[in-house]
Design a protein around this ligand. Structure first.
Ligand code: C2E
Ligand code: CA
Ligand code: CA
Ligand code: CA
Length: 274
């Protein structure tokens, strides 16, 4: 008689092979996508909650796959990091975002997400400077968003690079704050200009525990002189709550979803949301 292990193996093997094949195909497609330039940036507004005014747009990458259609970043960024393809893709994102932002009102910033891999390879500061100079954008108009995963190994080189970018005049934002590890020590150690509170807390905010966490983050950041952004605001109630808890900026479907570049100009003048 077959052992349990053997039958389990037989059951899973075809599925695993299919998955490996799917991954190989996706990697091959991703390599082609870099050559064919199949990526697009969509932009979502960041709103100053006191002035009810758009102060920045976050660039969010999409992949226009010839067969699959528009592929969201969660479906390919990890793969791009594992294969090293994030290097050319990340460079393209930086250059494109800076070039796009030149056409906006002069005080409107552009926020770009960086992968930890982009810190490890190549000279990130040189790439950032080239993107800004190439576009003719001042460093003060660029915000770089990083997540805690970058800071996990307490690397001196990472700290030095963040300081270099910060001294150059670029803003550094801590993204998805609150869902990682030992977050609290990081925000005083690194040169953050902004902390973005992860949207899971905004969604939970209508209960007491979400509100308590948002309040604690806002208070901590305030004592360090760092403004906070509430991510993922979907309802007026959530907006009112994060305003009352002291968040200075907001972002989310309540204001606008990420949209192609062509849809931005109407949003520059001021708020259209009720
Ligand atoms: P993120 O940086 O936290 O970006 C915010 C994500 O939340 C975006 O998803 C956005 O569409 C979504 N979002 C915004 N408002 C709301 C809301 O009100 N409700 C809900 N449920 N979601 C909302 P997206 O564009 O699919 O991006 C997912 C993640 O992929 C990003 O999370 C970021 O970690 C990564 N990513 C996106 N673009 C880039 C990029 O250019 N480079 C890198 N390295 N990563 C990127
Ligand atoms: Ca982000
Ligand atoms: Ca985020
Ligand atoms: Ca996220």
């Amino acid at each position: 008689a077959k052992s349990d292990d053997e039958s389990r193996f037989r059951f899973f093997e075809p599925e695993m092979q299919a998955r490996a094949q799917e991954r190989r195909q996706l990697v091959a497609d991703l390599r082609l996508a870099v050559v064919r330039n199949e990526f697009e940036l969509h932009y979502q507004p960041l709103v100053d909650l006191a002035q009810n005014r758009v102060i920045a747009f976050e660039a969010l990458v999409r992949w226009r796959h010839p067969v699959r259609g528009l592929v969201p970043p969660d479906a390919f960024i990890r793969l791009a990091e594992e294969t090293g393809l994030i290097e050319p893709i990340g460079k393209w994102i930086l250059f494109k975002a800076c070039a796009d932002a030149v056409g906006w009102l002069p005080d409107t910033k552009v926020a770009v997400n960086l992968s930890a891999v982009q810190f490890a390879k190549g000279d990130l500061a040189a790439t950032v400077a080239a993107a800004l100079e190439g576009a003719g954008l001042t460093p003060g108009r660029l915000e770089l968003e990083i997540t805690e995963s970058l800071l996990l190994d307490e690397d001196d080189a990472t700290l030095a690079m963040l300081r270099r970018l910060h001294d150059y005049g670029v803003s550094i934002s801590m993204d998805d704050f609150g869902i990682g590890y030992s977050s609290l020590s990081y925000i005083s150690k690194y040169p953050f200009d902004k902390v973005k509170i992860d949207r899971s807390f905004i969604a939970a905010g209508e209960g007491k525990s979400g509100a308590a966490i948002i309040r604690a983050i806002v208070e901590l950041c305030r004592s360090l002189g760092i403004p906070t952004t509430a991510e993922g605001i979907e309802t007026r109630r959530q907006l009112e709550q994060v305003v009352s808890l002291g968040c200075s900026e907001g972002q989310g479907y309540f204001f606008a979803p990420p949209r192609p570049l062509a849809d931005i100009p109407p949003m520059l003048g001021g708020p259209q949301w009720p």
